[in-house]
Design a protein around this ligand. Structure first.
Ligand code: UFG
Length: 351
């Protein structure tokens, strides 16, 4: 794919490029000189993010960005994209991502997440584009036997359909590399992405009541919700609350660019954890966000949430050694950037 090519000669298709992680990755790719085609159906994102991307990268870089509104499962639309653009590699973010909703709507989750991936790789094959980076998740590790998690830690049964889609899509993509050695697959297992672009122009904008901790805390900080609900304080952790490896979305975005540069000309399937290597508890997050927004945020202790693991954090040695990538930002910066975004855009992109 990008073998021997400079970013300026390389066209990257980003599915789900209007979403939280996708949009931040698009900014990094444009800043590095890539040509970018975003395919997004806007089912869980806003077209307004495209204006924000333009504002951040400037007119010259923005000219290298094309947006196509389409569902990745729509083969005709995808074929048209591959006919029009000489796509060198794909970064595949598009997918449903709400854990709880996936339990209620398994058919929709399996059909959308797995169906769109199969359509995508089929169309890619038809056009002899065989380089793909997939948005996987630490969820594939399930409840860990030992910490930190390395890429060799075992995959465990998922606890919900969303987790199974990540689990299975990893295997589907790995199978491609077995069947046809020309495929070049990178599976990036994200830990917990939070934060926002430091400009305050882009960030996470969940529809409805946020499922994840950070957007919920941010909405309490901005006055949209009364108090943070802390799901359990009787875990076997230093303060009893769940521990996660939170990673700044800009570090994650740079991780995609590092993987893209690294995979150029390679074949096979490689897995990388993208985290910081540090675990942070729910109460530590609330304290850090309180410091960022300048007031003590109220919280209430609730029972544990079904399906939650006690703790996980990553060993990121492999990404450091092979991709030359390290997370740069700590929790204070993640909360400060998240607050900057939320306070300037209290109702997200629609505000
Ligand atoms: N939590 C609360 N209150 C909330 C939301 C979350 O106390 O309102 C707690 C959870 O119990 C957990 C921690 O905050 O201890 C983090 O929860 P998140 O929902 O933010 O994130 P998860 O670790 O549950 O989920 C994330 C991703 C999933 C992915 C999963 C597995 O959002 O996509 O990691 O790695 F599947």
């Amino acid at each position: 794919m990008t073998n021997g090519k400079q970013p300026g000669d390389t066209c990257v298709l980003v599915t789900g490029g209007c979403g939280f992680i996708g949009s931040h990755t698009v900014v990094v790719l444009l800043e590095q000189g890539y040509e970018v085609v975003v395919v997004d159906d806007l089912s869980n994102s806003s077209e307004k993010v495209l204006d924000r991307i333009d504002q951040i990268v400037g007119d010259e870089a923005a000219e290298r960005l094309t947006f196509v509104r389409a569902d990745v499962a729509d083969r005709d639309a995808l074929e048209a994209v591959f006919d029009e653009f000489d796509i060198d590699a794909v970064i595949h973010f598009a997918g449903f991502k709400a854990v709880g909703e996936s339990v209620e709507k398994p058919i929709e989750y399996y059909s959308n997440n797995i169906g769109n991936t199969l359509a995508l790789v089929d169309v890619m094959r038809n056009h002899d584009c065989k380089s793909i980076i997939f948005s996987s998740s630490a969820t594939v590790y399930g409840d860990p036997d030992a910490l930190p998690l390395t890429e060799d830690s075992p995959k465990k049964p998922a606890t919900n359909p969303y987790g199974w889609t990540k689990w299975m899509i990893e295997e589907i993509l790995r199978s491609l590399t077995v069947a046809d050695p020309a495929w070049d697959v990178v599976l990036l297992r994200y830990f917990n992405p939070i934060g926002a672009h430091p400009s305050g122009l882009m960030g996470e904008d969940p529809k409805g009541i946020p499922n994840n901790l950070l957007p919920y805390v941010a909405q309490v900080a901005v006055g949209r919700r009364d108090a943070v609900h802390v799901f359990g304080n009787d875990y076997d952790t230093p303060d009893g609350t769940g521990v996660r490896d939170y990673i700044h979305v800009m570090d994650l975005a740079r991780g995609h660019a590092a993987a893209l540069a690294w995979m150029a000309g390679k074949t096979g399937c490689e897995v990388f954890n993208l985290g910081t290597g540090t675990g942070t508890s729910v109460l530590e997050i609330i304290r850090a966000f309180s410091a960022a927004c300048g007031r003590d945020l109220p919280y209430v202790i609730e029972p544990r949430r079904a399906g939650d693991v006690t703790a996980n954090w990553a060993d990121c040695t492999k990404a450091h050694e092979m991709l030359g990538w390290d997370a740069e930002f700590g929790i204070a910066e993640m909360c400060a950037d998240s607050w900057n975004w939320q306070s300037h855009n209290p109702n997200g992109y629609e505000g």
